[in-house]
Design a protein around this ligand. Structure first.
Ligand SMILES: Cc1cc2nc3c(=O)[nH]c(=O)nc-3n(C[C@H](O)[C@H](O)[C@H](O)COP(=O)(O)O)c2cc1C
Ligand code: SF4
Ligand code: SF4
Length: 303
């Protein structure tokens, strides 16, 4: 049985060059954690068995680990040409990486400066490195490049909210409250007032939704994808952008309004049934933070 996703079906073809293979077993060990994979060691020889579990899902891990470079995978969007030798470069230390993480703030004030295409390309390359529930990635990105594109998107969404603001009214809220107190509270204390702020701001020529960012990436993915995929991809984009000296913020509310609007989904090329992720605002920061904050979690529980 093979796993179907939006971009792949069937198994990928796996070939081992036995003239070079030393039967070290590394490929079998990492393929599906040595348990649910497609490569096994039997009687001292590597065998590919596409029937035992899901067959080869095309993750490419075996090609990446083989010391003899003698295994190739073709199909499910990858091929033997998709491996790239590591350059001997140092990975950032914990201190360096933590510095990137802890200096990041949600930035909602941007300079009137466009983000260069070269940096956008680098951010997208960073996103491609994100893990996904099942390869190949079903994550899609809507790129809104430049203030006028972002403004058009914001105007479309807020006009749609304005037409449907009755959704947040007391009748629907009390109906939702029958099923989930938390969602009803969220509607009353956050979504409804936020919708009103957005409408008011737009009428005043301000953008309270995406804060006039010069670049917005909106992440979504097919229904085959894990619900987390688009969010993980967006987080990779955020960290890559930060590493490029850009400032970022997520804007979660736009997806709450976009996901129910077929007309806008068609306009922005978002699949009718796609899972909605999140919008990431990117730009050059207007202000420089002078210090970082101590932050906390709700709970860390060791069992
Ligand atoms: C899932 C998610 C959704 C968010 N949605 C919004 C949003 O719609 N509008 C906004 O201004 N900020 C949004 N943010 C940014 C948060 O408000 C911000 O991260 C939080 O206040 C903490 O600030 P910090 O990121 O500077 O530490 C979102 C952040 C996350 C993680
Ligand atoms: S590509 Fe992934 S699933 Fe396929 S054989 Fe290699 S490690 Fe296994
Ligand atoms: S990792 Fe390479 S050399 Fe080792 S068993 Fe697999 S194919 Fe053979």
């Amino acid at each position: 049985m093979s796993v179907k996703t939006a971009r792949a079906s069937g198994v990928a073809n796996v070939e081992i060059d036995y003239s070079k293979c030393t039967a070290c077993g590394l490929c079998a060990d990492i393929c599906g954690g040595g348990l649910v994979g497609a490569i096994f060691k039997e009687n001292g020889k590597m065998v590919v068995d596409q029937q035992r579990h899901f067959g080869c899902i095309g993750c490419g891990q075996c090609m990446a680990i083989c010391p003899e470079n003698c295994i190739s995978v073709e199909g499910r969007t990858i091929s033997k040409n998709d491996t790239i030798d590591f350059v001997k470069e140092r990975k950032p230390s914990y201190e360096e990486f933590f510095s990137l993480l802890s200096s990041r703030r949600a930035v909602r004030n941007y300079l009137e400066r466009d983000v260069e295409q070269e940096k956008i390309d680098k951010i997208i390359e960073g996103v491609k490195q994100a893990p996904v529930g099942l390869p190949p990635s079903d994550v899609e990105i809507l790129v809104l490049k430049g203030h006028s594109k972002v403004r058009e998107f914001v105007t479309d969404i807020i006009n749609a909210i304005d037409h449907r603001k009755w959704i947040f009214g007391p009748v629907i809220r009390s109906f939702i409250g029958l099923f989930s107190k938390e969602t009803a509270d969220l509607f009353e204390t956050y979504l409804y007032p936020t919708a009103l702020f957005y409408i008011r701001d737009l009428k005043a020529g301000k953008d309270g939704l995406l804060f006039n960012a010069p670049l917005v990436l909106y992440f979504h993915a097919s229904k085959y994808a894990d619900p987390a995929d688009a969010f993980i991809a967006a987080t990779y984009a955020m960290l890559t952008a930060e590493a490029l000296g850009l400032a970022t913020s997520f804007a979660g509310t736009s997806s709450n309004f976009l996901r129910h609007n077929g007309k806008l989904k068609r306009k922005y090329n978002i699949g009718k049934n796609n899972r909605h992720g999140i919008a990431l605002l990117i730009g050059y920061p207007k202000y420089e933070y002078k210090r970082r904050l101590h932050k906390s979690l709700s709970n860390v529980f060791y069992y």
